[in-house]
Ligand binder design. Structure first.
Ligand code: NAD
Ligand code: UDP
Length: 310
């Protein structure tokens, strides 16, 4: 049994990770300031003696004794991370420093939940880990993109300078049950709109692409990375299936049987035109690849949203 800290553990991905770590027989300390996360996501764990919730902000130091740290604390949807951009940058950068300091002090292995956003609006397609990215340092997405890039820098520097045992994964768009219906990300927006019969809001012309990974696949990849040996990453974890937002809207309308129509809204600035991971490194080093295709994952996610929004 390991004692494992999950920051951002009450969020969408963090709560699924806590579930998996408890199922695997570990003791889990979940730290979250509940900015975008909810106690509801971890309610079923609160009575478990091997699970502990601490309301804490990772921009402040934390003192706990643990063997492993998964650092997920950071708002992930554009409306949420742009709500208070200075706080987002602090969460990414001070949060990484505080958690790396903790890992160094207690000799824990630490994994950073980085993002495909480090590639910005990519000129290389699909994106391998060696691509250095095309990121605007002064735009509305920069607090998140540059914050996550700085966090990666800190991880690698703590590794080189202080020999901290680090792991970095770059997560591509992930979806599934426990996404917040008001989160503002495309899959939750489209499903909620379709279920309510409201217009489906496409930003721009809808020809921009994303690659969507179902949450269970993502969590398996993250877990394998944490438990791999002799490999720091960064490694892409995502599903290489690539879809335009128009294709996504059509699929969700079809699967929900909705009568919603499509409406077009302005494209937010710096919105990446295309995104798809190269996952050869994850296959080679982690023997990992996603198993759940978009349609199957959407069916499960729609079922969840029907339950929570009805
Ligand atoms: P989420 O918003 O549901 O979860 C983030 C969690 O972090 C929330 O519970 C929130 O309350 C908590 N948090 C935010 N700021 C905090 C702070 N200062 N101190 C303590 N807790 C704080 O988002 P998610 O989709 O679960 O994302 C989790 C992580 O994965 C994030 O770091 C995100 O950048 C990364 N990621 C997610 C995706 C995705 O598609 N879901 C893609 C790339 C990267
Ligand atoms: N998007 C959209 N309608 C929405 C929400 C998002 O067309 O209601 C688009 C958004 O402009 C982007 C894509 O969907 O091109 C994915 O957006 P999301 O916020 O989910 O993730 P990210 O842009 O961070 O990949």
């Amino acid at each position: 049994m390991k004692r494992i800290l999950v920051t951002g553990g009450a969020g969408f991905l963090g709560s699924h990770l806590c579930d998996k770590l408890i199922q695997k027989g570990n003791e889990v300390i979940c730290v979250d300031n509940l900015f975008t996360g909810k106690k509801e996501n971890i309610r079923h764990l609160l009575s478990n003696p091997y699970f502990e919730f601490i309301r804490h902000d990772v921009t402040e130091p934390l003192y706990v004794e643990v063997d492993q740290i998964y650092n997920l604390a950071c708002p992930a949807s554009p409306p949420h991370y742009q709500y208070n951009p200075i706080k987002t940058a602090k969460t990414s950068v001070y949060g990484a420093m505080n958690m790396l300091g903790l890992a160094k002090r207690v000799n824990a292995r630490i994994l950073q939940a980085s993002t495909s956003e480090v590639y910005g609006d990519p000129e290389i397609h699909p994106q391998p880990e060696g691509y250095k990215g095309c990121v605007n340092p002064i735009g509305i997405r920069s607090c998140y993109d540059e914050g996550k890039r700085m966090a990666e820098t800190l991880f690698l520097d703590y590794h080189r300078q202080n020999h901290v045992d680090i792991k970095v994964i770059r997560i591509f768009n992930t979806y599934g049950p426990r996404m917040d219906p008001n989160d503002g990300r495309v899959i939750s927006n489209f499903i909620v709109q379709a279920l309510k019969g409201e217009d489906i809001t496409i930003y721009g012309d809808g020809r921009q692409t994303r690659s969507f990974c179902y949450v269970d696949d993502l969590i398996e990849g993250m877990y394998r990375m944490m438990n791999s040996e002799g490999f720091t990453g960064p490694v892409n974890i995502g599903n290489p299936g690539e879809f335009t937002m128009l294709e996504l809207a059509d699929k969700i309308i079809e699967l929900t049987g909705s009568e919603s129509r499509i409406t077009y809204l302005p494209l937010p600035s710096d919105d990446p035109a295309q995104r798809r991971p190269v996952i050869e490194l994850a296959k080679e080093k982690l023997d990992w690849e996603p198993e759940i295709a978009l349609e199957e994952g959407l069916r499960k996610t729609i079922e969840y949203f029907r339950r929570v929004t009805s």
